[in-house]
Each structure stands twice: as structure tokens, then as C-alpha cells.
Write a protein that binds this ligand. Structure first.
Ligand SMILES: CC(C)(COP(=O)(O)OP(=O)(O)OC[C@H]1O[C@@H](n2cnc3c(N)ncnc32)[C@H](O)[C@@H]1OP(=O)(O)O)[C@@H](O)C(=O)NCCC(=O)NCCS
Length: 282
């Protein structure tokens, strides 16, 4: 356990976004300032600062309506690891969600799963992060044509809630308001796909569709709007989508495990969740 003279807990506010970004950049993650602003304004972000004021650890919770809340951004800078900081932060996130009658859910990296298993998290399903890094890639998708056609946001929110198992309209509204976001909707409005800007790559997700082939048609349409690097997080059970990505030159960067505290049954309808909104949003 660390000495409390060396380190103190903090709740992050919008002035802390630059410090928080330093932690996610150190880990090579894809979040941008708007993501941290979202965790802080729509959820609660906490952390630890050391005696010189440096933010050395973070974690965030986002409440989703009715069923569960998402825990993410569990980050500890390298020279403060293995001292229990992640465990303490995740324990605080669990307490907060439970006080709101929400089950804690998260997408764990392999490193993170080692922490969460001790805290009663059980695996729900596995995801792969697929990446496409074109040889002549522009790292920034803002330059691409990302203007989006007309769509009924409430319909998309309903589709998303059915697949994910909880309503998170506040998250989708935020993504839709960002200048780098592109949305494609199936002609019969039974599914949609969203692409937003990230630090290292455009992030595709969520992709909600009734079948894997419908999801693939959405991916084709989304991908025609960027020539830069792309990340997409696909449940391993969506094997046709995985195969299609492989054929298009995507490779697996890493795996994630969706976990819920004290629950082994997935929420919603994972067969319709063909790409998550990223491990930080589920
Ligand atoms: C994963 C991470 C947050 C852990 O932070 P931490 O503060 O070092 O974690 P803790 O000290 O609370 O670890 C708790 C326990 O988890 C296990 N654990 C943590 N990191 C581990 C590792 N790299 N290998 C094996 N076990 C590990 C250990 O059991 C540890 O207890 P012990 O050291 O007493 O044996 C940190 O390594 C990190 O920021 N990694 C990069 C980003 C990341 O993957 N975040 C998780 C996202 S889901």
C-alpha cells in the first residue's frame, strides 16, 4: 500500500483533461480530449496525484440507464504500478455504480483482467480489436469527408439499447455532435454504424445490425469515407465480420474481455452488437 503523504485521491474536472490525456497517451490508447470531457461531464472520473501534483492514475464510470454502468480508463503510470492503485480506483468505481443500483461492467485488457478477477468480475464474451494501418495513411480522419446523412437519432438509440442491454443516449448524442463523426443507416432502418475520430485511428463502433452481412454492408459504407487508420472492436462470435476484416487487410491488435461484476450472462442481444463503441464505452 502506498504512503498517503506521497499520493492523494482526486476527482477529475474539465480542467484535468490534459493531464488525463497524458495517461491515455502513455498507454498508446486512442481517446481524444472529447472522450475525457464525456467521462467527466456525463460520469465521474477519479484518480491519484503524487506530491508534485502529477496525475499518476485514473478510472472513470459512466452510468447507463436501468441495467449497468461502465467502468473504463483504468490507467496507472508505469512507475506507480503494482502498488494497489488500480484496485483502489476500481473499488471506488464499483461502490459508486452499486450505490446507483447499477451492475459494474467493463471491457478488460489482458493486464486489466488480472486486477478485475480479484474483484469478482466474470467474463461475458471476448472481443478482438482489429486494426487497419494503410501504408500511406493520414493519422487524422478530420480531413476526410465525414458529413453524415439525415437519420432519426431516437431510432438509433433504441437499436443500440436493444443490442447493448441499456440505454446510453447521452453517449450517442455526444458522438453525433462531434465534427469527425459519420453515421450510416441500413435502408430498412434495422441497423446503423458510427465512425468517430480517435487519436491514433478512426474508431468504428457501435455497429448494430440484425445480421453479420448487414453489418458488413455498413462497414463498407463507413470505410469509403476514410483512407486513414481504423480500429474496430468486434465480438469474436461475429466470425463472418472478423473474416471479412481479415480479407480487407485488418489484423488483430489485441483482445478484450467484457466482464460484469457477479454476473456471467451478457446483457441485451450481443448477436446484434457487431462492433462495440470501444472498450471505454462498451
Ligand atoms: C492494468 C493496470 C491498470 C494495473 O494497475 P496497478 O495499479 O498496477 O494494479 P494493482 O496494483 O491494483 O494490481 C492489483 C493486482 O492485479 C494483479 N496484477 C496487476 N498487474 C499485473 C500484471 N502486469 N501481471 C500480473 N498480475 C497483475 C496482481 O495480482 C496485483 O496484485 P499484486 O501486485 O499484489 O500481486 C496497469 O498495469 C496499467 O495502467 N496498464 C496499462 C493500461 C491497462 O491495460 N489498463 C487496464 C484497462 S482494462
Amino acid at each position: 500500500m502506498v504512503n498517503s503523504n506521497e499520493i492523494y485521491p482526486v476527482q477529475l474536472n474539465l480542467d484535468d483533461v490534459d493531464d488525463a490525456l497524458k495517461l491515455s497517451i502513455e498507454a498508446g490508447w486512442n481517446q481524444i480530449d472529447k472522450d475525457w470531457q464525456l467521462f467527466i461531464s456525463k460520469g465521474k472520473a477519479i484518480g491519484f496525484r503524487n506530491s508534485s501534483g502529477q496525475l499518476v492514475a485514473s478510472a472513470a464510470t459512466l452510468p447507463y440507464q436501468n441495467n449497468f454502468g461502465f467502468i473504463s480508463m483504468v490507467l496507472v503510470t508505469k512507475n506507480w504500478r503494482r502498488q494497489g492503485l488500480a484496485t483502489q480506483l476500481v473499488n471506488n468505481c464499483i461502490e459508486l455504480l452499486k450505490s446507483q443500483q447499477l451492475i459494474p461492467v467493463l471491457d478488460a485488457t489482458i493486464e486489466g483482467a488480472k486486477v478485475y478477477r480479484h474483484q469478482g468480475f466474470l467474463p461475458l464474451f471476448d472481443l478482438n480489436r482489429w486494426q487497419l494501418i494503410p501504408e500511406l495513411s493520414k493519422p487524422d480522419t478530420n480531413s476526410a469527408d465525414l458529413s453524415t446523412p439525415e437519420f432519426d437519432i431516437e431510432k438509433l438509440q433504441k437499436l443500440d439499447a436493444g443490442a447493448v442491454g441499456a440505454s446510453r443516449s447521452h453517449i450517442l448524442d455526444d458522438f453525433c455532435s462531434r465534427s469527425g463523426t459519420r453515421i450510416e443507416v441500413l435502408d430498412d432502418e434495422s441497423g446503423f454504424g458510427l465512425m468517430r475520430s480517435g487519436r491514433n485511428a478512426a474508431q468504428i463502433g457501435p455497429v448494430i445490425a440484425p445480421t453479420q452481412s448487414a453489418a458488413i454492408s455498413l462497414l463498407e459504407r463507413l470505410m469509403s469515407h476514410t483512407s486513414g487508420p481504423i480500429y474496430i472492436d468486434v465480438p469474436t462470435m461475429a466470425d463472418q465480420v472478423g473474416q471479412w476484416l481479415k480479407n480487407r487487410g485488418f489484423t488483430i491488435q489485441r483482445g478484450f474481455i467484457r466482464m460484469a461484476q457477479g454476473r456471467a450472462k451478457p446483457f441485451g442481444n450481443p448477436a446484434h452488437l457487431l462492433a462495440s463503441a470501444g472498450p471505454e464505452f462498451g
